[in-house]
Design a protein around this ligand. Structure first.
Ligand SMILES: [Zn+2]
Length: 363
């Protein structure tokens, strides 16, 4: 069979240092007059400032936790209704963006009904504008929202979550601390690699993945060393954007499948949870195609890529062994990883026994 694919990327992207300053113009262009803004708590002063300048911002919500809780989405949805907003602007990390995406897509029902799948999200809703403050999740260009309700955490993939606008302003990432820079940068790398090796990979996404991986190789350490290096930050914002585009259609695979039990049961932040097994998956998924990509990117092969990832984790102070996670239920961890739907996208079939072997090597 010949080559065949469908590609779609509906988000309008504004990229550049200081781009958030163009917000008023962007709102005007879209005819939007009542914007509720949501941001990470530490960004609140910056958003208050923006609100002083832009009268269209009619509400501000910033009670967002690192693993976003459904209660935040419910409160934001209530604020959107109360202010009769015609759009929502999310400025922050993945948690803030995912909260805005979830809240905007809720119709009149209660948040838990949407979380449990008892009510359908509405694709006809007010536009979501996103401005990521970390270089990692790629949430600004995907229809994914990761949401927690109590201890239950779900990754929901739904067309209703697609933002309308992404404003990628690398200056927003300048204050990100080194460890988070490393976590989120490795998440971006995981998106690119998983988009590339996902069973559903396709040519345009592959090109995005290539560029993202190249940018991470050349810039992650620089951004980690010196957060004020705007060129490195800009390149990492671009890497995260390309990483998002690389997996938006093919979806992620085994490494992300494993990240969910690692986050839920052992509290690892998303990027650190992905990084935990990323080098293992580079080795497990090594095939001629990945070898060729590594050589094209100036590496000696997949083994060098795996070693680089391992070295970055150590450099950034990320946890790399199960013994650092407290008491680990290896059987459950392997079982939950194997059962995660994303594991089906992995190019190499890995059952519970294979995952036990992988985790034992990380003991
Ligand atoms: Zn991720």
């Amino acid at each position: 069979m010949g080559l065949e694919f469908v590609y779609s990327q509906p988000v309008k992207i504004y990229f550049g240092a200081g781009k958030l300053k163009a917000l008023e113009l962007i709102l005007e262009e879209l005819g939007l007059r009542r914007c509720v803004a949501v941001c990470d708590p530490f960004l609140r002063p910056r958003l208050e400032e923006l609100r002083q300048r832009i009268p269209a911002i009619c509400g501000l919500y910033s009670d967002i936790q690192p693993n976003p809780q459904l209660s935040g989405a419910a409160a934001l949805a209530a604020l959107i209704r109360e202010r009769e907003a015609d759009c929502v602007l999310a400025v922050g990390g993945g948690s803030t963006l995912d909260t805005a995406k979830f809240a905007a897509a809720m119709g009149g029902g209660e948040a838990p009904e949407y979380f449990r799948g008892q009510r359908a999200f509405s694709t006809e809703h007010i536009p979501v504008l996103t401005a990521p403050s970390t270089a990692g999740t790629g949430s600004e260009v995907t229809q994914v929202s990761v949401m927690s309700y109590g201890r239950e955490k779900k990754t929901i993939n739904h067309p209703a979550f697609m933002p309308k606008i992404a404003i990628v302003d690398p200056t927003l990432t300048l204050s990100v601390p080194p460890k988070t820079t490393m976590n989120t940068g490795l998440d971006a790398l995981a998106h690119a690699l998983e988009g590339f090796w996902s069973k559903n990979h396709q040519p345009i996404s592959d090109q995005m993945a290539r560029q993202a991986i190249r940018l991470v190789l050349d810039n992650l350490e620089l951004a980690w060393q010196d957060g004020s290096n705007l060129e490195a930050r800009t390149n990492m914002s671009l890497a995260a954007l390309f990483g998002g585009l690389a997996f938006a259609l093919p979806k992620t695979a085994g490494c992300h499948a494993c990240s969910y039990p690692l986050s839920e049961d052992y509290g690892l932040p998303h990027g650190e949870a992905c990084a935990f097994t990323l080098d293992s998956f580079v080795r497990l998924n090594a095939d001629p195609r990945l070898e060729a990509l590594c050589r094209e990117l100036g590496l000696s092969g997949t083994e060098e890529l795996a070693r680089r990832i391992g070295a970055w984790k150590k450099l950034g102070g990320l946890r790399t062994r199960l013994s650092e996670l407290g008491e680990v239920d290896l059987g459950k961890l392997a079982r939950d990883s194997a059962a995660h739907p994303l594991m089906k996208n992995n190019p190499v079939a890995l059952d519970e026994a294979a995952l036990v072997r992988m985790y034992v090597a990380l003991a």
